[in-house]
Design a protein around this ligand. Structure first.
Ligand SMILES: NC(=O)c1ccc[n+]([C@@H]2O[C@H](COP(=O)([O-])OP(=O)(O)OC[C@H]3O[C@@H](n4cnc5c(N)ncnc54)[C@H](OP(=O)(O)O)[C@@H]3O)[C@@H](O)[C@H]2O)c1
Length: 323
């Protein structure tokens, strides 16, 4: 089969090698999946660079934390899936390939009418937004949420989940065109950060009170200023610093405000059964209540171009590989 392998870590996408490798064999409790689509995530860039939860002992490796396709072969003891069934998998590695294996606990069925591309693009961003907003964020109907980086995959998901929960959403993005699309997704207020400082705008739309919850993923100055956007009792949760540093330990804040860090990987490690929440999310996708936005698709052979595209700031929503 064809796959994209990394033999050495590197700062640019040149280390991604398109090559022939043996089809993996499913072990007991695993499924072999014929991959139709795999989704790119910013974490894949860290993996390629050797900075994200990986050591050199794991090389050579196939990246790709999530993918969708059809069941090709069942490992010993697997009886809850059938050959030919459409599934989505979230095993954290292996998806940049024509075939990949996953444990049954990392696999869910794909409902009719949901494409493999949409299914592959769902787990990381929707589960992060869902559990981040409901646990650390504790977001409730009627509250204001600020989503930094609304055009990102997680941002797109968070806006829709927040509206589904009955909250009000203000979000930031780097262009007016992206802001227009974010309003179409349901954002109540958008701020084009290429034109405006977000903090005075957030204070203006909330009548100087600030927001109840911030979903932060940019880091640096944006993180620091987002703390100032919190109303008394407000909760900021950071999921990463895509473009700047975030403090190792969140700062202590006044007036019952709270800052935390949220990781979907750590969350699901502690509560593996919550992965099944994906069924409800995919049902909402099937019912067209949630939109999985695919910014651009690339064939597997062009994964280098796909990562370059993700690393730039052009995309809106998810970047996908098709096999
Ligand atoms: N902790 C977790 O569990 C978890 C899970 C998933 C993802 N993440 C992290 O969350 C982040 C987003 O992931 P993703 O894959 O959804 O991202 P992504 O699609 O790569 O998008 C990142 C977006 O950030 C926006 N941005 C950059 N600078 C900005 C600024 N100064 N102000 C506002 N927006 C800015 C850009 O949009 P514009 O061009 O519109 O500005 C860019 O499209 C990454 O850091 C990722 O590693 C964490």
């Amino acid at each position: 089969m064809k796959a994209i392998r990394i033999h050495k870590f590197g700062p640019t996408e040149d280390v991604l090698q398109y090559e022939d490798v043996p089809v993996p064999e499913p072990k007991a409790g695993e499924i072999l999946i014929k991959v139709e689509a795999a989704s790119l995530n910013r974490a894949d860039l860290g993996l390629r660079k050797g900075t994200y939860r990986i050591s050199a002992d794991a090389l050579p490796l196939i990246a790709g934390r999530e993918f969708a396709g059809t069941v090709e072969k069942l490992g010993a003891g697997v009886n809850e899936y059938q050959i030919g069934q459409r599934v989505v998998a979230y095993p954290s590695l292996g998806g940049y390939a024509e075939y990949a294996v996953a444990k049954t606990s990392e696999v869910r069925p794909v409902p009719q009418g949901v494409t493999s591309a949409h299914a592959a693009a769902t787990p990381t961003v929707f589960l992060t937004a869902w559990f981040g907003l409901l646990t650390d964020g504790n977001l409730k109907a009627g509250e204001w949420l600020l989503v930094q980086g609304g055009s990102s995959g997680v941002g797109n998901a968070a806006i829709q989940i927040a509206k589904h929960l009955g909250a009000k959403v203000v979000t930031t993005s780097g262009s007016e065109e992206k802001c227009r699309r974010l309003r179409q997704l349901g954002a109540d207020v958008t701020i084009d950060v290429s034109e405006n400082d977000f903090l005075p705008e957030v204070m203006r739309v909330t009548n100087n009170r600030g927001v109840d919850v911030v979903l932060e993923m940019i880091g640096g100055d944006v993180y620091q200023k987002s703390l100032q956007a919190l109303a008394p009792g407000g909760r900021l949760f950071s999921i990463g610093g895509a473009f700047g540093a975030i403090p190792d330990s969140p700062p202590a804040l006044s007036d019952d405000r709270k800052a935390t860090r949220f990781s979907i990987t750590n969350y699901l490690k502690a509560k593996p059964d919550d992965f099944k929440q994906l069924d409800e999310i995919l049902k909402l996708v099937q019912e067209k209540k949630f939109q999985v936005v695919i910014g651009k698709s690339f064939p597997l052979a062009e994964t280098r171009a796909a990562q370059r595209y993700l690393e730039g700031r052009e995309h809106f929503g998810k970047v996908i590989l098709t096999m």
